[in-house]
Design a protein around this ligand. Structure first.
Ligand SMILES: [Fe+2]
Length: 453
């Protein structure tokens, strides 16, 4: 526990009855929840006067006119309207948090890259000051593309709040436990879980068990949703009921406070005299959500061959081109390998998509060494990659009995846009200069002899 890690108290219906506030199951459900009885209007959104003297306010996550299957909005009933959580803005600098387009002149993004875990800092770092951008892609101003970040967090935000107008954040913890106190409720997130914080949602991040380190995919584009399963059917992969959205919770707190806003890649502060986390009740389908990656049910080859890694997609964010994602979030978890007469690890390839991977824990099958928990790798657009020599020789000569890939959990942020390194990724983060050499010892085996293997 760190100095500022005292967890917050927020009022919920459940805490007033002495039980854990809990979560509501489902992905993109039309939820309703209230922290005080009768706070939520029934049968309408905008009564002439709301109960308890609350203000009614809509948070629109999509255009009003978005198709109904994509339309997302939430009605909030709050102590003060959001205009009271906003005053004059002052530009501030968070020098390690970058947004696309960002292509430093003296940084070469072309290449296959791998990093050791970014070490924790001796300095106290919050969710804002501890964010380290590794790559950016697309353009934040036109709302396409993404950025990948590492976070290093030692200290809780105190009387400090944040929201991103630019993006939803997909958070993948690797060490430590964080508490996200949001306008719509409280989520605790530990390694092997993920969370999504929607664009525009105000929150504060506290450290429950630190220091905390993890990965963030900042999605500038359309929201993540569950991929279609196609012929797989109605079950397996990520099942909607395993996603959890917090129940309503609020704080009625008067204290000098700062709200930081990320807007078009720039950071701004505004000063207010109270907590903005004052939503007493809400209903709608635009809300934060968390998910336990251990509930992901992988589907794969049961006779021969190695399917495309898209079969392990947990969430996908569309780009406007059908089947070509702005971002896919893909999970490589423990699973059985049973394919016959098959090279079982990922094959060699070049890809129009750009692949950024992170290791949450354990050992990844295509790179048994060097890609370690907390580490990342980048295989950018149309750059070849694949197993190293040891992985190739081992898999080519293995006795192909059923084999459990155990103690492994890695992920990929895959985007249709090339990813550009930040100066931090190229110069400060622990880049492995020798990564490219992992393919050096692959042998030429061909000599024209038919049947040679
Ligand atoms: Fe790949």
């Amino acid at each position: 526990m760190t100095n500022n890690s005292k967890p917050s108290t927020m009022t919920t219906a459940a805490t007033t009855s002495g039980t854990h506030p809990g979560y509501m199951p489902g992905f993109g459900n039309d939820f309703e929840t209230e922290a005080l009885p009768g706070a939520l209007p029934q049968g309408m959104n905008s009564p002439q006067k709301c109960n308890y003297g609350l203000y009614g306010e809509q948070l629109s996550g999509t255009a009003f006119t978005a198709p109904s299957h994509q339309n997302e909005r939430t009605w909030c009933y709050r102590i003060r309207p959001s205009v009271k959580h906003s005053s004059r803005y002052t530009r501030i600098d968070l020098p390690y948090w970058k947004s696309a387009p960002h292509q430093p002149q003296d940084v070469t993004s072309l290449g296959q890259y791998r990093w050791d875990p970014v070490p924790h800092s001796d300095a106290p770092l919050t969710w804002l000051t501890g964010m380290r951008t590794m790559t950016t892609a697309g353009d934040v101003n036109t709302q396409i593309g993404m950025a990948s970040h590492i976070y290093l967090v030692t200290d809780s935000m105190v009387d400090s709040y944040f929201y991103s107008a630019d993006s939803e954040l997909l958070i993948v913890p690797q060490e430590g436990t964080l508490r996200f106190c949001t306008e719509l409720g409280v989520m605790d997130i530990a390694p092997q879980e993920i969370a999504i914080i929607p664009r525009g949602l105000v929150y504060r991040v506290e450290v429950l068990d630190g220091p905390a380190r993890g990965f963030v995919c900042e999605n500038y584009g359309q929201k993540f949703h569950l991929p279609g399963r196609g012929p797989i059917g109605a079950n397996c992969m990520a099942n909607p009921r395993d996603f959890k959205t917090p129940v309503a919770a609020f704080e009625d707190r008067e204290a000098p406070s700062t709200v930081t806003i990320k807007w078009c890649g720039q950071f701004h502060e505004t000063k207010i005299g109270h907590s903005p986390l004052d939503v007493v009740a809400w209903h709608g389908n635009y809300a934060p959500v968390k998910y336990d990656l251990n509930t992901y049910c992988p589907v794969g080859a049961v006779l021969f061959d190695h399917p495309d890694p898209s079969i392990f997609t947990v969430l996908t964010a569309p780009s406007g081109v059908e089947g070509t994602a702005n971002i896919d979030f893909v999970l490589f978890r423990d699973r059985w390998m049973v394919a016959e007469d098959t090279f079982r690890p990922p094959w060699y390839h070049k890809n129009i998509m750009s692949e950024l991977m992170g290791n949450i824990h354990g050992q990844y099958d295509a790179k048994p060494k060097g890609f370690i928990p907390g580490g990342m790798s980048l295989h950018n657009m149309m750059l070849p990659h694949g197993p190293d020599r040891n992985a190739f020789e081992g898999a080519s000569n293995a006795d192909l009995q059923p084999h459990k890939l155990d103690n492994t959990m890695s992920f990929m942020f895959e985007t249709r846009f090339p990813q550009h390194l930040t100066e931090f990724a190229a110069k400060e983060a622990p880049l492995q200069d020798d990564y490219i050499d992992c393919w050096e010892s692959l042998e030429k085996k061909f000599d024209g002899t038919p049947g040679k293997k």
